[in-house]
Every structure is written in structure tokens, then in C-alpha cells.
Design a protein around this ligand. Structure first.
Ligand code: NAD
Ligand code: LMR
Length: 329
């Protein structure tokens, strides 16, 4: 086992997602069985007691990869020297709400956290925002951390990516491992665009394998885009274990790279690729090598896809304007 632990901060650690996420990180799910991790868990003061209980449970697992745990309510202390920050802590939406309705309530969390990361995180810091509205919260954190390169900030659309893979595999009656090159474009919201025109199933084009535009438009896309709401409706609480699992997938891919011949969906700061306004944190198909992501270039975008991408990006631009009005960026 290597000796220097990777320091991983998790915010909202006493919440629902935290309760799944911490045990996966501590057991080596991001960096593998040979890399020790040190957890830095940030919560608001009233949740610290509950968090102490979670830490007792972490101790009781005796994970060989868990090198230490610190908890606290001061971002500057918890983020000191961290290599990864998983920003989960934020209020979830309830029934009948859209994720954008959380902008005002949650946006205010991410400006001070961006500033604290800017001040004290390690030079190689990588930030994953899971707390909703994830894309715009990532934009807020990024904008408040001028000394950290923009490409170190990202938001989670891997859950949507995984949902899309699962729905497509079920439709075609194949294992999920047969599905490659899935793409989520745009915002982690109901306007997101899960695109199967470039996806492959068993090496063949997925849209052709499906051969049913009506299913793509009226079943597949809405099922994936509204899955979060369907889970809230069924469970009475927003997705947690699957969100934790996707957060792990996202961080693991960032740390260890994408597989040859495949890509993943990550929300990252746009460089203007595919006509997505520069500076917005939007979901793209990306490959990752040596800890650096790159947007997959050269994909042909048909008219149907163009309209869907543009609509979701327009929503991101509206959210950016709203947080600008609130003085958060
Ligand atoms: P939860 O309410 O169970 O937990 C949130 C935790 O965050 C609470 O313990 C709360 O005390 C803490 N918190 C609040 N403000 C904080 C702050 N300033 N600093 C540190 N901690 C803070 O919620 P949850 O179900 O764990 O969901 C967390 C967030 O993740 C929500 O915004 C939810 O909508 C979002 N989410 C995103 C995705 C995605 O795919 N991007 C998926 C599922 C959920
Ligand atoms: C999800 O996609 O499950 C989460 O973003 C929670 C939500 O509000 O939908």
C-alpha cells in the first residue's frame, strides 16, 4: 500500500447520500485497494452529532484503506490540503419542485466553499459538485476560486449517464456492459439531453439498433430526464445510493481514466465546444487520461440533437444570470 493518503473532503456528510458515499470511499472504491484515504467531513453545526455516529460506524468497519477521519463545520479547516472535494451538502428538492427551484436556497453554500477551497486546498484539487442545482453550484464554486484552474471543477451528470445506459440496455435486452459512448448533454435537470445517436451497443450504433425515433423521443429521453422526480415520488426522498454510486464513478474515472474506446458524461466548464457558451458548466462526452479530461471532439450533431442541446444550454445561461443577480458570481 502506498503511504501518502489521498485527502478527500465530503460536504453534507451526515445526509442521505453521505451515508452511502462515505463507506464506499473508505473501502477503496475511488482509488483502489492500495491507496489509503483520509476523510474530511464538513457539516453544518447541528448535524455534527449525527455525523459523530457515522464516524463511529466507519471505525467499526475497520477498513484497511481508511487512514483517518476529521469532522467539522469550518470549511477552511476541513478543506486544508484536500486533493478531492465532493460537494454534496445542499438541500434536496421535494415533490413538485424542479432542481432549479433550489438555486436561491443552495447557491449561497457554494460561494464560501469555493473561496475556502481557493485558500487552502492542495495544488492538485479536483472538485465534484453533486448538490443541486449541481451545474450552477459548480459554476458558483469555480467563480469564487480564481486561483484554481477552471478545469478542476465539475458537476455530476454521471447518474443521468448511468440511468441512460440502464434504460437502453433494458430496451435492447443486453447487459449494461455492451453499451458504450453514452452522452448526456447540458444541465442536470429535466432539460438534459441523453443522446444515443453516438452510443454503441455491441459495437453497433445504438439509435439504429433501437430503430424507433418515437421511443427515443417519447419514452427514453423523458424517462432518463425525469428519473429523479420519479424516485422522489416513489421513495418520498431523493435518490441517494445511486447518487453516491455515480459520484464514486465520476471521481474514479477522473482519478484513473476512461476505458479505451469509451467515454463518460461529465459536466465541465465549456470551452465553446459544440456551440455551448464558453464558461457555462455543461455536460459533455469526455475522455480522461492522467487526471485530465478532454471533451470528445468531432461528433456530428443532427438537427434533433441540436435543438435539445441548445434548450438545455439556454437554461444553464438563465441559471447563470440568476446567480449573477444574487451576487453569487
Ligand atoms: P440530505 O438533506 O439528506 O443531506 C444534505 C446534507 O447537507 C445535510 O446533512 C445538511 O446538514 C448538509 N448541509 C447543508 N448545508 C451545508 C453546508 N453549508 N455545508 C455542509 N453541509 C451542509 O440530502 P441528500 O439526499 O444527501 O442530497 C444532497 C444534495 O444532492 C441535494 O441537493 C440533492 O438534490 C442532490 N442530489 C444530486 C444528484 C445529482 O445527480 N447531481 C443526485 C441526487 C441528489
Ligand atoms: C436525481 O437526479 O435523482 C437528483 O438530482 C435528485 C433530484 O432532485 O432529482
Amino acid at each position: 500500500m502506498s503511504t501518502t493518503p489521498v485527502k478527500v473532503a465530503v460536504t453534507g456528510a451526515a445526509g442521505q447520500i453521505g451515508y452511502s458515499l462515505l463507506f464506499r470511499i473508505a473501502s477503496g472504491a475511488i482509488f483502489g485497494p492500495d491507496t489509503p484515504v483520509e476523510l474530511r467531513l464538513l457539516e453544518i453545526t447541528p448535524a455534527l452529532k449525527a455525523l459523530e455516529g457515522v464516524v463511529m460506524e466507519l471505525d467499526d468497519c475497520a477498513f484497511p484503506t481508511l487512514a483517518g477521519v476529521q469532522i467539522g463545520d469550518d470549511a477552511t479547516k476541513m478543506f486544508d490540503g484536500v486533493n478531492f472535494a465532493l460537494l454534496v451538502g445542499a438541500r434536496p428538492r421535494g415533490p413538485g419542485m424542479e432542481r432549479g427551484d433550489l438555486l436561491e436556497a443552495n447557491g449561497g453554500i457554494f460561494a464560501p466553499q469555493g473561496k475556502a477551497l481557493n485558500e487552502v486546498a492542495a495544488d492538485d484539487i479536483r472538485v465534484v459538485v453533486t448538490g443541486n442545482p449541481a451545474n450552477t453550484n459548480a459554476l458558483i464554486a469555480m467563480s469564487n476560486a480564481p486561483d484554481i484552474p477552471n478545469e478542476r471543477f465539475s458537476a455530476l451528470t454521471r447518474l443521468d449517464h448511468n440511468r441512460a445506459i440502464s434504460q437502453l440496455a433494458a430496451k435492447l435486452g443486453v447487459p449494461v456492459t455492451e453499451v458504450k459512448k453514452m452522452t448526456i448533454w447540458g444541465n442536470h435537470s429535466a432539460t438534459q439531453y441523453p443522446d444515443i445517436f453516438h452510443a454503441e451497443v455491441g459495437g453497433k450504433n445504438a439509435a439504429e439498433a433501437v430503430g424507433d425515433q418515437d421511443w427515443i423521443e417519447n419514452t427514453f429521453i423523458p424517462t432518463v430526464a425525469k428519473r429523479g422526480a420519479a424516485i422522489i415520488e416513489a421513495r418520498g426522498a431523493s435518490s441517494a445510493a445511486s447518487a453516491a454510486s455515480a459520484t464514486i464513478d465520476h471521481a474514479r474515472t477522473w482519478a484513473s481514466g476512461t476505458a479505451e474506446g469509451d467515454w463518460v458524461s461529465m459536466s465541465v466548464c465549456s470551452d465553446g465546444s459544440y456551440g455551448v457558451q464558453e464558461g457555462l458548466v455543461s455536460s459533455f462526452p469526455v475522455t480522461v487520461k492522467d487526471g485530465q479530461w478532454s471533451i470528445v471532439q468531432g461528433l456530428e450533431i443532427n438537427d434533433f440533437s441540436r435543438g435539445k442541446i441548445d434548450a438545455s444550454v439556454a437554461e444553464l445561461a438563465d441559471e447563470r444570470d440568476a446567480v449573477r443577480q444574487l451576487g453569487l458570481i
